[in-house]
Design a protein around this ligand. Structure first.
Ligand SMILES: [Zn+2]
Length: 566
């Protein structure tokens, strides 16, 4: 009798282990990819003591947290990072090398996802030149947007291909480039119009808005939630690391919004209103509200086919630029972001179930500290002025040598400098020789760490160094400039195109390359991983889990801890 019970128990144990093993093989119903724009890798831990349980702490205590993830490309900007997250490829391969590049045929700077074949579906929702603070957005010469400039497939594209379009794929963000990149070529993207206060899309995606989007927009939610309200601190000042430092001289003092709490949003009729919302945690609140409406209306995660939803939260980036990452504003913003994430996870748990949802969170880039803040710690900082390079004595001497009277430097938009090829051809000069001569002159400028020509990059003449490896991974022949300029650590451009902000990312240094990479939900168990990984490993890992073929340019490593092999 005793023997029989034992064998029954053994059989039962076997059955349970097999069935739970099978259960673990099941695919998630939803992949929820979250990107926090400008969330440097150290920021969640730095502010965690005042956080609740359901947001970052849930990720930390239940998820797989990689705490040494760095981008491997040199130009740590928004579209570059987002596209790397989406495609698992380097910018050299996916082609989104910068927020802005010079189109040699059109002879003008272009915005990364602009596409004149399409238009946005709303009237009066295009960028307002008067109020837009994003210098890259202002360069778009059309309101049309599409992913056409992304030269490879995204993970979301591969999911669409695998399921023959049955997977529902969406990208949502305040920023157009935060939404379009991760939705890929096959998904649908929505972003926020600072002019109209609506979530909008382009005719690339839809001929007309789905009914639920019209409903959300018609409800005038931004005006209802925030009209005549302010952004105030969530807790007493004494709880904050930066509670006594609300009024630093390096913070931006935007008329009407101010440099100190409370930051007033003003009347919903003001043309600055929606801009002020996105300079604050309100932008993330609106993004969450819209994403919730999407989850319900589109039946996300409801059937056997895995769906994909990307949400890119932009407020951390705007607050970082205006006030710096180590400001009272950013501290409060991160604590509010933590609540927003907790609310999102609770909502997804209710609608889809967190056990059915694979969450992945990362950032598109980090951020430097404000130069003034660094100085207050005795850390040396300095500036480089790029605006007058064409008239700098050394460049003038070069132009004289080459017999060039006209402008030689046609455009500079960090980090790329574009030479006037027409003049070089007209004078019968050798492009490589002129590039080299200009690069050599730029290398003598204090603060320039590396100035390299596209010819040297293409002919593999670079020494194998930290900087040139990163530069190579950012180089695309069609879009990168004649010369790539990288500044030394703690050096910044000042007064570039009149743009002065508290802190500006974009360098190859660790403060800009360091981001969190976290997986949670589904069947994952807590782990903290310290080995070096890259955000581009995310797409190939998702492909591996979903058994899609890899995105066409993906060359990251599968994260073994996530797929269950480690
Ligand atoms: Zn960004």
């Amino acid at each position: 009798m005793k023997k029989r019970i034992t064998s029954v128990l053994i059989l039962l144990a076997l059955y349970l282990s097999i069935s739970s093993g099978l259960f673990a093989q099941e695919k998630p119903k939803l992949i929820l990819q979250i990107t926090v724009d400008q969330l440097r890798g150290d920021m969640p831990a730095k502010f965690m003591k005042n956080m609740g349980n359901g947001g970052f702490r849930y990720l930390k205590e239940k998820g797989i947290w990689y705490n040494n993830a760095h981008y491997g490309h040199s130009n740590t900007e928004t579209v570059v990072g987002h596209t790397t997250l989406a495609t698992g490829a380097d910018p050299a391969v996916h082609g989104m090398i910068s927020n802005v590049w010079f189109d040699r045929e059109a002879k003008k700077l272009v915005y990364n996802i602009e596409d004149s074949r399409y238009h946005i579906l709303s009237e009066n929702a295009d960028i307002d030149e008067d109020t837009e603070i994003d210098a890259s957005q202002k360069l778009a010469s059309t309101d049309g947007r599409s992913p056409a400039n992304i030269m490879v497939t995204t993970f979301s594209d591969e999911l669409a291909l695998l399921t023959n379009k049955k997977a529902k794929i969406f990208g949502v963000s305040v920023k157009d480039r935060g939404a379009v990149t991760l939705a890929g070529h096959t998904g649908k993207a929505f972003w926020f119009s600072k002019t109209s206060g609506e979530f909008i899309t382009s005719s690339y995606y839809y001929d007309k808005y789905p009914a639920w989007v019209n409903k959300w927009n018609n409800e005038k939610i931004s005006a209802k939630m925030f009209g005549n309200k302010s952004w105030s601190l969530m807790y007493d000042k004494s709880k904050y690391i930066y509670g006594n430092e609300d009024d630093n001289e390096w913070e931006m003092d935007i008329a009407g919004f101010g440099r100190t709490f409370p930051h007033k949003y003003g009347s919903a009729d003001s043309k600055y209103f929606n801009n002020f919302l996105i300079y604050s945690p309100a932008g993330d609140d609106l993004t969450l509200d819209f994403a919730k409406a999407l989850i319900v209306a589109e039946d996300i995660g409801k059937d056997e086919v895995t769906d994909y939803l990307s949400i890119s939260f932009s407020s951390t980036d705007y607050v970082g630029h205006l006030f710096s990452p180590s400001s009272l504003e950013e501290e409060d913003n991160i604590l509010r972001l933590d609540k927003t994430l907790a609310e999102l996870f609770a909502y997804v748990d209710k609608t889809v179930g967190l056990k059915n949802t694979l969450i992945v969170l990362s950032a598109d880039h980090g951020s430097p500290e404000a130069p003034g803040f660094l100085k207050s710690f005795g850390i040396d900082v300095d500036y480089v002025s790029p605006n007058k390079w064409d008239k700098a004595p050394s460049i003038l001497a070069l132009k004289k040598k080459f017999g060039i009277g006209q402008e030689l430097i046609q455009k500079f938009f960090p980090p790329y400098l574009y030479l006037n090829h027409d003049v070089i051809t007209e004078k019968g000069l050798d492009l490589a020789e002129v590039q080299k001569a200009v690069a050599n002159e730029l290398m003598t400028i204090k603060g320039v760490a590396l100035a390299i020509s596209s010819t040297d990059i293409m002919s593999n003449k670079l020494p194998d160094t930290y900087l040139s490896r990163k530069a190579l991974r950012n180089f695309n022949m069609a879009r990168s400039g004649d010369i790539l300029i990288l500044l030394q650590p703690q050096y910044f451009y000042n007064d570039f195109e009149g743009e002065i902000v508290a802190a500006n990312h974009g360098s190859p240094w660790t403060y800009d390359s360091y981001v969190p990479v976290v997986f949670a939900g589904w069947n994952l168990k807590k782990k903290t991983i310290s080995r070096k990984v890259e955000p581009k490993d995310i797409a190939i890992t998702l492909s591996n889990i979903m058994e899609t073929k890899p995105p066409s340019g993906a060359d990251g490593e599968v994260l073994e801890e996530v797929v269950g092999n480690n």
